[in-house]
Design a protein around this ligand. Structure first.
Ligand SMILES: Cc1cc2nc3c(=O)[nH]c(=O)nc-3n(C[C@H](O)[C@H](O)[C@H](O)COP(=O)(O)O)c2cc1C
Length: 323
């Protein structure tokens, strides 16, 4: 989660029984990145010996940019022995997967780095299984907060279609998009997912890199405010995403002005001013459709524990339907 998931959040999630990722997004410097890795290490409570149970997520289109400094952050993560890497949103994910496999081989690693890829169609899932031979697939539905494929199916349609298209011995499929609570988690598990990825819910964690103003906007929001748009990428000048990728966040004046055809330089100026003043009516607050069903801010640990408890309650309640 670029701009939201740092080391503290990732470490806390992994310590609580989930699996946390640090993001290596746009313009992450080497020093910042190393600092996030060290924050993750400090946040981990009693990690297994010689293991670093967090992952690092890379925006592949940023890796693919000519002279991208982000490329340097990939071997750094591997040398720090992170347990997993995540790739999404690139023209050539296979290249980065091979990079990791080759690096593991050169280092003579006994435990290979677990490779996650996030995809949005059945076709992409088949490539991930058959060609890239990844270790874990994240099926990202259109409800997802942050960037994603505007053309993706809803999670509840995408997941079963992928599960029925891939061979039985395929790697685990995790569902992502619009999931707010343990009931949602239970429902994707009963559909056949091996687990789930929750992004927006963890923006509410005290340990996320979101500001108090952004967290308050999420707490106050309703699901109807979650919209897909390119407005924010235009406003902050982060264009260049692969075709069909846009972002889902809380509708605000940046989106309204963009849709109303306001001059782009005016949009950018107001956006910059908004960021300076922490005005969430101008800045970005990424949010999936599950926003508005997430309660308030909590520690990452209590979010993971609550999701787990609610999920079990729902699974147990479901057994009452037939017993
Ligand atoms: C603030 C934010 C940043 C995100 N950044 C990334 C990213 O850098 N790379 C990526 O693959 N997905 C990113 N995502 C998408 C998540 O991986 C995930 O698919 C999504 O959050 C799931 O939907 P949900 O937010 O409704 O739970 C981001 C999501 C959010 C909310």
């Amino acid at each position: 989660m670029a701009g939201a998931a740092g080391g503290e959040l990732a470490g806390e999630v992994s310590s609580a029984g989930g699996f946390g990722f640090i993001s290596a997004g746009y313009g992450t410097s080497l020093d910042e990145f190393k600092q996030q890795l060290s924050l993750a290490r400090s946040a981990l409570r009693a990690p297994p010996p010689n293991q670093f149970p967090v992952g690092v997520g890379y925006l592949a289109w940023q890796l693919e940019k000519p002279n991208s400094s982000l490329v340097d952050l990939l071997p750094i993560a591997l040398e720090h022995n992170v347990q997993a890497v995540w790739f999404a949103f690139g023209e050539d994910l296979g290249r980065w997967i091979q990079f990791v496999r080759d690096h593991d081989k050169r280092m003579g690693k006994d435990k290979k780095t677990i490779i996650f890829v996030q995809i949005s169609t059945v076709k992409e899932a088949l490539v991930a299984v058959n060609e890239w031979k990844v270790d874990c697939i994240v099926a990202q539905g259109v409800e997802s907060g942050g960037h994603g494929a505007g053309y993706a199916l809803p999670t509840f349609n995408l997941l079963p279609l992928i599960l029925s298209a891939i061979p039985a011995d395929s790697p685990p499929i995790l569902a992502a998009g619009g999931l707010a609570n343990g009931g949602h988690l239970a429902s994707v598990l009963t559909l056949g997912a091996a687990g789930a990825v929750l992004g927006t819910r963890f923006l509410l964690a005290h340990e996320s890199l979101y500001s108090d103003a952004q967290r308050k906007a999420l707490v106050d929001a309703s699901s109807e405010m979650s919209v897909r748009s390119m407005a924010w990428d235009h406003a902050r000048e982060t264009l260049g995403w692969p075709a069909g990728i846009d972002g889902r966040g809380l509708r605000n004046s940046t989106v309204n002005d963009f849709e109303g055809g306001v001059y782009i330089e005016t949009l950018k100026t107001k956006f910059k001013e908004g960021v300076k003043n922490q005005d969430t009516d101008r800045m970005i607050v990424w949010a999936g459709t599950g926003v508005g069903q997430m309660g308030g801010t909590q520690s990452a640990k209590s979010i993971v524990e609550e999701l787990h408890r609610e999920c079990i309650e729902h699974l147990v309640a479901a057994t009452q339907l037939y017993s």
